[in-house]
Design a protein around this ligand. Structure first.
Ligand code: BGP
Length: 483
């Protein structure tokens, strides 16, 4: 069977990790602009290490520094997008997933009119992509909400942010209705409870009941996502709107039924935001969890009807690694993963950052998601963060990366052969960029090397790695030749 003929091969980036140009052309500060460089993140107090406090934010607002705030400089995609899109075109990309920085369009989130310079920038990027026959997939919220909304409203904890987000999205739909067909609402929407600040603008040390606040923020994002889905369908006939889930595939640590139950519960809570966006209602098990925890979600009278009437068209997800769960955490060896710390699977190798490498887990994830949702799927993030070495003649021999992708593509194709409807695959990230969790440049994911170090030194020149030619061949043969 193999992949569909119009399979959307490509790559994925986010504005806050790639564009840089944090303070030009009217852009406001976003939550990403206050994230500091974290050279070492380990399993101890993970959440605290990657979190942000009010004193951190105050200090960040006062400085123009970009060395310790790497997302402010990114890889200068803002000025180099044309060269980068040419390289993606050379690889044969059919699509590029990218995000629109809210703060380029509404710098504080509360302006009544969009910033024309911001709209013009994305217009130019989309024009360049279309000239290269690259279909945009656009994320409306990828860890970059206006900082002003975090400090004023505690982010998505406040219901007023819904209307502000809808205004931003409507401005994007109106401006880009002829340029963009595929839209994603919230990147890794399930991550609100794992990193509330970058995901939802919630400042933990300013928040009384954090768990309650996080679930309230979820609810506001669900309603916003539904309203935006409606607006998109109305403004752009034929458009497709997807949810975006972090697929944190979890296995039982053993066949002990208590471990199986612990893993089931973990997966249930991971799926829940996508459940709401696909089925248009809260799962009964999650409502019960709210009751047990004393979590009370404030809802407006129409909220549930809005959710039910405006479900998503497809399900997109990120997949990097898997973990194991036990009824007793002392049975586990802990390791870091994508935005989490969890049990390490003894059968799997890990990357330099402790994330397990589990290609079969991708197949399992595809089967699980398709079986659960019966909706077309899209893999919009998958890849391996590694330390690359640039040789004197500007080469990077990254067979470890080729092996990682090869294993994952083999399993992806087997899932499709088993009947999964898969629309496309975008690797994270086709070009090196700043890490979301640690703000490192040295955690590299790309097929294209960017000459920039953790502190921002370097020429910013782009060089093709060995994996560049390999991925080019994979796309050319639509996955038939993975050698
Ligand atoms: C996801 C995010 C991306 C991203 C990726 C890799 O959680 O959606 O923005 O960067 O993971 O994570 P990291 O950059 O922390 O290695």
């Amino acid at each position: 069977m193999g992949l569909r003929k119009d399979f959307l091969w490509g790559g994925a980036i986010a504005a806050n990790q790639a564009e840089g140009a944090w303070n030009v052309d009217g852009k406001g500060l976003s939550v990403a602009d206050v994230a500091t460089y974290k050279p070492k993140v380990d399993v101890k107090d993970y959440r605290k290490q990657v979190g942000v406090t009010m004193p951190d934010i105050d200090a960040a607002i006062k400085t123009q520094d970009t060395a310790d705030y790497p997302k402010r400089r990114g890889i200068d995609f803002y000025h180099r997008y044309s060269e980068d899109i040419d390289l993606f075109h050379e690889m044969g990309f059919k699509t590029l997933r990218l995000s629109i920085a809210w703060t380029r369009i509404f710098p504080t989130g509360e302006e009544t009119e969009p910033n024309q310079a911001g709209l013009a920038y994305y217009k130019a990027v989309f024009a360049k992509m279309h000239a290269a026959k690259i279909e945009p997939i656009v994320t409306l919220s990828h860890y970059e909400m206006p900082l002003a909304l975090a400090t004023k409203y505690n982010g998505w904890a406040d219901r007023r942010v819904i209307d502000l987000f809808v205004r931003f999205c409507q401005a994007c739909f109106t401006a880009f209705k002829d340029n963009v067909k595929y839209w994603l609402t919230f990147n890794e929407i399930d991550s609100v409870t794992r990193h509330p600040f970058i995901s939802a603008g919630i400042i933990p040390d300013q928040t009384e009941n954090l768990l309650q606040t996080e679930y309230q923020a979820f609810h506001h994002q669900f309603v916003a996502s539904a309203l935006v889905t409606k607006a998109c369908h109305e403004t752009i006939p034929g458009s497709q709107v997807g949810c975006m889930l972090t697929k944190l595939t979890d296995y039982p640590n053993s066949s002990d039924p208590r471990d199986v139950l612990a893993s089931f519960n973990k997966n249930t809570m991971n799926y829940f935001p996508a459940d709401v966006q696909v089925f248009g209602e809260y799962p009964a098990l999650v409502l019960n969890y709210f009751e047990e925890q004393g979590i009370e979600i404030a809802m407006a009278p129409d909220d549930l009807a809005i959710l039910k009437a405006n479900t998503v068209d497809f399900v997109s997800f990120s997949y990097y690694m898997s973990m194991v769960s036990s009824y007793d955490d002392s049975n586990l060896t802990l390791t870091t993963g994508n935005t989490v710390v969890g049990g390490k699977n003894p059968h799997l190798e890990t990357t330099d950052w402790g994330w397990t490498v589990d290609p079969v887990g991708l197949r399992i994830s595809l089967l699980q998601l398709y079986d659960r949702y019966h909706k077309p799927l899209m893999i919009v993030e998958n890849g391996m963060g590694a330390k690359d070495e640039l040789t004197a003649d500007h080469q990077v021999h990254d067979d470890y990366r080729i092996n990682y992708f090869k294993g994952h593509f083999e399993q992806m194709i087997q899932a499709v052969d088993a009947g999964v409807d898969l629309l496309g695959y975008t690797s994270w990230a086709p070009i090196d960029l700043v890490s979301a969790s640690t703000s490192q440049m040295s955690k590299r994911y790309g097929f294209i090397y960017v000459d920039e170090d953790d502190l921002g030194h370097g020429t910013l020149n782009r060089y093709k790695k060995d994996s560049f030619t390999w991925y080019q061949k994979v796309i050319r043969t639509n996955g038939a030749d993975l050698s």
